[in-house]
Design a protein around this ligand. Structure first.
Ligand SMILES: NC(=O)c1ccc[n+]([C@@H]2O[C@H](COP(=O)([O-])OP(=O)(O)OC[C@H]3O[C@@H](n4cnc5c(N)ncnc54)[C@H](OP(=O)(O)O)[C@@H]3O)[C@@H](O)[C@H]2O)c1
Length: 408
């Protein structure tokens, strides 16, 4: 019996070791297989991201010299491609763009805004002295303000999935080399397109141009031109919140109705139906104007100067009526600035972007409580961008003109 047991133990010992080895080896084989499959999947994912996708773009054909811009001055092309992943810094030799010093950010553009200043960039302009406002290059993609999703980033403050607003290009995907022109979006309970308007550059323009430049006081008389646009509709509502008497001018009766019945202006008029703007302003401001928010220039400015009050303030925001003229119109009533001790203060909103957090603190509760409303004119598709942009100069937009590139 003893002998039998010893023999049995020997036999078990003989098969035990290979059996254990077999089990262990099998497990590690399965593990290796798993790791291999995981690596393959990651590699495929990377390949997919590195694969080039087509990138629709809006190109300026040639400089538009002192004329109304036409849709055909811009063209939409489908020939460009882009990789949806930033190149690894070791993947290719560094150049001015891919150098590790450049904090590249890859964006998927969602919304683009149509802004009057873009007309100025369609010419070879000098002296704008705003870095983000360099002239467009004929044959190249135009740029402007927009809302976008970060796909990849070498900027420590931005990561994939973040939403941003700021300067981007008119295309589906953009490689941004100057991420300082991008603001991270933290509040997404508000429509994202609002960051092209009320919560973006035009909102800041209205805020700075009215509160900072005009030093408004309760009960003052305020006039706003291009009042139904991206900026004007906000200035009017700010002035009403301040307890001012507010009148706006706009280029159609529908817009006049919007000003009075949606934005709460006290009065509004269609400047295209007025033979004499001086007479029109006297009708609405028998005691004169304390604050003029200047969006159009030209004849309107001349008529306003005649109707300003002593120590009046003019916020020099824009002069859209002059942007397409061969020769700017002269303003003949400038002596009024002296007689009435009027302060005319021109400004450029990027100089004031440090106030953006203060502006958000002011604006967000007003939007959430419905105390300030905003009207947008939304067109779908980048291919409809050129018509929307040039439409600004015929007053076709009804509120903030937005172009949807993608909804997500
Ligand atoms: N200083 C800055 O930093 C700054 C920043 C943003 C904007 N801006 C300026 O602010 C102004 C308003 O910009 P916005 O974004 O609010 O544009 P917008 O009002 O949304 O669109 C432009 C509007 O201007 C009016 N317009 C076009 N051609 C005109 C003409 N020849 N005479 C009179 N009105 C004309 C049209 O409205 P009607 O149908 O009412 O004519 C058009 O809808 C522009 O002058 C722009 O350049 C300045």
């Amino acid at each position: 019996m003893k002998v039998l047991l010893v023999k049995l133990r020997k036999a078990v010992a003989l098969v035990e070791r290979p059996l254990l080895l077999y089990i262990r080896f099998g497990r590690s084989l399965r593990q290796a297989d798993h790791v291999k499959r995981y690596c393959l999947e990651r590699e495929r994912e990377r390949e997919r991201a590195m694969a080039e996708v087509s990138n629709k773009q809006v190109i300026l054909r040639d400089y538009v010299v002192k004329a109304l811009p036409k849709e055909s001055d811009l063209c939409v092309i489908n020939t460009a491609t882009i990789k949806l992943k930033l190149p690894a810094e070791t993947d290719q030799p560094a150049d001015a763009v891919t150098s590790s010093k450049v904090q590249l950010v890859l964006l998927k553009n969602l919304y683009l805004s149509c802004d009057p200043y873009q007309r100025l960039l369609m010419e070879s302009v000098q002296g704008l002295s705003v870095p983000s406002m360099s002239s467009y290059t004929p044959g190249s993609t135009i740029h402007g303000y927009g809302v976008a999703k970060v796909l990849d980033s070498r900027n420590p403050d931005l990561k994939a999935g973040d939403l941003v607003w700021g300067t981007t290009n008119w295309e589906e995907y953009s490689l941004i080399t100057t991420p300082q022109v991008l603001f991270k979006i933290h509040h997404t309970d508000i429509p994202l397109s609002y960051y092209t308007g009320i919560l973006g550059m035009p909102g800041m323009t209205a805020y700075v141009g009215f509160y900072e430049i005009c030093s408004p006081k309760k009960g003052e008389y305020v006039f706003i031109s291009a009042a139904a646009g991206a900026v004007g509709q906000l200035v009017g509502q700010f002035a009403k919140l301040m307890g001012c008497y507010v009148v706006g001018s706009a280029g159609s009766n529908e817009k006049v109705d919007l000003l009075k019945n949606k934005f709460g202006f006290d009065e509004a008029f269609n400047y295209k139906e007025e033979n004499d703007l001086n007479v029109a302003l006297k009708r609405y401001f028998p005691e004169g104007i304390d604050i003029y928010f200047e969006n159009v220039g030209g004849k309107t400015l001349d008529a306003v100067l005649l109707n300003m009050r002593l120590h009046g303030r003019i916020s020099g925001c824009g002069m859209i009526s002059q942007y397409n003229l061969d020769k700017p119109e002269g303003v003949i009533n400038l002596m009024q600035l002296i007689y009435k001790r009027i302060r005319f203060h021109g400004f450029s909103v990027p100089d004031h972007y440090h106030l953006y957090p203060k502006f958000l603190d002011f604006m967000l509760p007003h939007i959430r409580q419905g105390k300030i409303v905003y009207v947008e004119d939304i067109v779908e598709g980048l291919e409809n961008g050129p018509a929307a942009l040039v439409g600004l100069f015929k007053g076709r937009n009804f509120g903030r003109q937005v172009v949807v590139v993608s909804h997500d």
